[in-house]
Design a binder for this molecule. Structure first.
Ligand SMILES: *Cc1c(COP(=O)(O)O)cnc(C)c1O
Length: 421
């Protein structure tokens, strides 16, 4: 459930008409609903209320400082994958001891930054990384909590670009070698082994892969404990999917996901960490866009809109689907017709949807791409020198611009021409 609904024939975010935001901020623009964010975060907390836990928001899904502040104020932890995300989490007021650092390629500078600023745990993804972190921490006179990310070789049955738990993926340490690596970790200075970490992929729409992976983690935890490791935390990653099509079977709910966690690892008495991103913010955001032209092709009509692949990359990158809806609701029974909805970027890949069924559209009409809150704004670029897409946060009957649209001068000012040219 989200808070984007039609009222008197117009699409609203909570109590604000999207057309009102378009008038004041222009388009394209991402619009998030605070109530939806809060609701989704609350569902995960509720799903784990049977145990000690920390819901760590996956910052890479949406890293706007206002979104992070809202989550952090509700008590969320943060899962970060870069120094930049660590800096954002801290700038949003999240204390270091609620930040988990994941990612396969943490640099020494990034690890130093997190040790100095405070960190809940590093999720180690390889032996070379473990040795580098050990040496760094020891040289700083620090002892850092670590979990080792294991790769359970489970097929997440999701898009190949966002599956991370098969042995062919670059993530984690093969679970078959985990005991060896934990023994090495325990012997290294500067590290304190606290847990096991796993994350098998994103946009999972079935609980079976989670169940399989978590069962393997439970078995490993018992083996590690038998070997003397004090495993007190399990980080079970993110990945629970969302409905991208309104007419489709909905993926499992957080409460059902929580029940799988309880079933598979509940008996171990560990503190549970999870790292949802998409499920919290995906359906809490839309990308608002305006029709520039309706172009009649030979065998189809094109809706050329002012958003493009640089603003919302998922369709071009993953062939992803986003429901496209008119901001002015179609009259009941009004005829619909197919449009190929495309952006202005000079690539044929800049196609959001072929044959989208919409009521008759005209230049100037507004549309919204639904389910755009996660992996939307964060993947935006300035390709074709289109200024970075702005973001707005709605709360009740008011809204704020939480990232302004850069002017052309601002965009250009980041380049410099050498004196010798
Ligand atoms: C991407 C990622 C997540 C979040 O995944 P969602 O599908 O957005 O929930 C969590 N943990 C790690 C390590 C990730 O890489």
């Amino acid at each position: 459930m989200d808070h984007f609904n039609y009222r008197q024939g117009e699409l609203f975010a909570e109590d604000v008409a999207l057309s009102c935001i378009a008038r004041q901020v222009g388009s394209p623009v991402y619009i998030y609903s605070a109530a939806t964010l809060r609701r989704h975060f609350g569902l995960f907390r509720q799903a784990l209320d049977w145990t000690d836990h920390l819901v760590c928001f996956a910052v890479k899904s949406n890293s706007n400082l206002a979104v992070l502040k809202l989550m952090g104020d509700m008590g969320a932890g943060m899962d970060v994958v870069s120094g930049g995300e660590y800096a954002r989490a801290r700038a949003a007021g999240v204390p270091g001891d609620r930040i988990v650092f994941s990612g396969v390629g943490k640099t020494l500078a990034e690890m130093r930054m997190a040790i100095e600023g405070g960190i809940r745990q590093f999720n180690i993804e390889s032996e070379p990384e473990m040795q580098a972190l050990s040496a760094l921490a020891a040289s700083m006179g620090a002892t850092v909590p670590v979990a080792i990310r294991v790769n359970p070789d489970v097929d997440a049955k999701t898009h190949e670009k966002i599956a991370t738990g098969k042995s062919e993926n670059k993530f984690g340490i093969p679970i078959s070698r985990a005991r060896e690596v934990y023994a090495e970790a325990a012997a290294l200075p500067g590290l304190r082994v606290v847990g096991v970490d796993v994350h098998i992929g994103s946009q999972l729409t079935d609980l079976a892969p989670f169940r399989a992976a978590y069962a393997k983690v439970a078995e490993l935890t018992q083996a590690l404990r038998a070997e003397g490791h004090d495993i007190t935390r399990l980080d079970l990653g993110g990945g629970l999917g969302i409905p991208y099509r309104r007419d489709n079977n909905a993926p499992p709910l957080p409460i059902e996901y929580g029940a799988v966690i309880r079933e598979t690892v509940g008996h171990l008495g560990c503190e549970i960490e999870i790292e949802p991103g998409r499920n919290i913010v995906g359906n809490a955001g839309v990308l608002l866009s305006q029709v520039i032209y309706v172009k009649r092709g030979e065998d189809r009509d094109f809706l050329i809109v002012d958003a493009a692949m640089n603003d919302l990359l998922r369709p071009a990158m993953y062939g992803a689907h986003h429901d496209i809806v008119p901001v002015v609701e179609a009259a009941p029974g009004a005829p619909v017709q197919p449009y190929d909805v495309v952006g202005p970027v000079c690539e044929s890949g800049d196609t959001f949807q072929k044959g989208a069924e919409l009521p008759a559209m005209a230049a100037g009409d507004l549309i919204a791409f639904r389910s755009a809150g996660a992996y939307g704004a964060v993947m935006a670029s300035e390709y074709n020198s289109r200024p970075l897409v702005p973001e707005v946060l709605v709360e009740g009957d008011h809204f704020a611009v939480i990232r302004a649209r850069p002017t052309y001068e601002e965009m250009l000012s980041r380049d410099s021409i050498p004196a010798w040219l």
